[in-house]
Design a protein around this ligand. Sequence first.
Ligand code: FES
Length: 106
Amino acid sequence: MIVEDDGKQRPWPVVVVRWGKKVLGYVNECPHNSVRLDWEQNEFLDPYRIRLMCGKHGSTFELGSGRCVEGPCQGRALTPIALAVLEGDICVVGVHLVEDDASTIE
Ligand code: FES
């Protein structure tokens, strides 16, 4: 869950990709119809396992850039999210997550 500027919370599905030595993150939302990419839970890759793929209409996206290279949303891109690897943990940065609030509650 993400916390908006007005304090409202909403689900924020993301997909994290390990691409070579890089770790990249994208909002799990297809730019074509705003649906989640995974048609089955945790299934994000095309049959060749070289691109992310939307299960609804089959658009495929470069792992390194999130750019759609084939399908109905060709030329558009997934929304990137900022990640940092801190002591081996992958952390989302620059947003306010509900978990941030939970960590301050005893
Ligand atoms: S909704 Fe993703 S390609 Fe159409």
